[in-house]
Design a binder for this molecule. Structure first.
Ligand SMILES: C[S@@+](CC[C@H](N)C(=O)[O-])C[C@H]1O[C@@H](n2cnc3c(N)ncnc32)[C@H](O)[C@@H]1O
Length: 271
């Protein structure tokens, strides 16, 4: 089923436009090209949770525009591969890597991560994914693939903004799902799937309030740039995205939908 409302194409195609850039700055504070619920504080916490060092080899699943991946490469000196299904996101990410002279350490590849990941076993020291797994069919298979490509002792992190915390109407589910394929999960299911994939040291951190805050700031920032955004994405799409962002704000501030960040590690090999 194709989505009725577009978020990602317009965000990645118009990445360099002032209107989209200012919306990102006003929503997140620091512009990493985000199209997610990751706050600036979380963006700075992720490398610590993943234990990134200059020697790390990192995989980002669902890298979108590539902005955050390149920030990690620039700041930590690590090497990184980013995967995303969206061709405009991958094109943007590779152009940014070239423009910032980071193409020798960062590369981006179009890939549907619901299929097997195109890497050998134990390729990466860290694998992470910000607000992507909710879009991907076959989560147990993807977690198994993330485990397979990770080195023993490596760390994994992902976030899920679609953990069900209370009652949801059909209309709310439809609006919350209007921009693409979505999987909602019951509390505890991600922890169970992460453990079943083979990971240990599983931690779940509640990030629901930050999603509520980002959704509201994003909708208000878009409202201030309404004319430019309507020119880029059309009136119908603009209004549908505003309803989507309003819906995220209401459901997360009422804690009927929860957002969690999960991290875990792969056992060291026995010597
Ligand atoms: C909420 S955005 C997050 C993007 C980025 N991680 C960020 O924090 O801004 C979700 C991303 O998942 C990507 N995506 C959705 N389904 C996918 C799939 N099956 N394989 C790879 N990427 C996918 C979308 O194209 C989009 O870029």
């Amino acid at each position: 089923m194709s989505p009725k409302t577009d978020l990602y194409d317009s965000a990645y195609r118009n990445y360099e436009s002032d209107a989209y850039r200012l919306v990102r700055v006003e929503t997140y504070g620091e512009d990493f090209g985000q199209t997610s619920w990751v706050t600036t504080e979380e963006s700075h916490e992720i490398p610590r949770l993943l234990g990134l060092t200059p020697g790390s080899s990192v995989l980002e699943i669902g890298c979108g525009s590539g902005g955050y991946a390149l920030h990690l490469v620039e700041t930590f000196g690590c090497r990184l591969v980013g995967l995303d299904i969206n061709p405009a996101g991958i094109r943007n990410a590779n152009q940014l890597a070239l423009a910032r002279s980071l193409a020798s350490r960062a590369r981006f590849q179009q890939c549907d991560v619901s299929k097997n990941l195109p890497f050998d076993n134990e390729t990466f020291d860290a694998v992470f994914s910000n607000d992507v797994l909710c879009h991907v069919p076959g989560r147990p298979g993807l977690l198994g693939e993330m485990f397979r490509v990770l080195q023993p002792g490596g760390r994994m992190l992902f976030s899920d903004a679609l953990v069900v915390g209370g009652l949801l109407s059909y209309e709310e589910i439809a609006t919350r799902s209007s921009i693409g394929f979505y999987v909602f999960s019951p509390p505890g299911e991600n922890e169970r799937l992460i453990t079943r994939a083979g990971f240990c040291n599983v931690r779940a951190m509640d990030a629901t309030e930050s999603a509520a805050c980002i959704a509201q700031r994003w909708r208000q920032a878009r409202d201030r740039r309404k004319a430019e955004l309507i020119a880029a994405e059309g009136n119908v799409n603009f209004e549908a995205l505003q309803r989507f962002l309003s819906c995220v704000h209401v459901l997360t501030s009422e804690k009927r939908l929860l957002r969690y960040v999960y991290c875990a590690s792969k056992h060291e090999k026995d010597s």
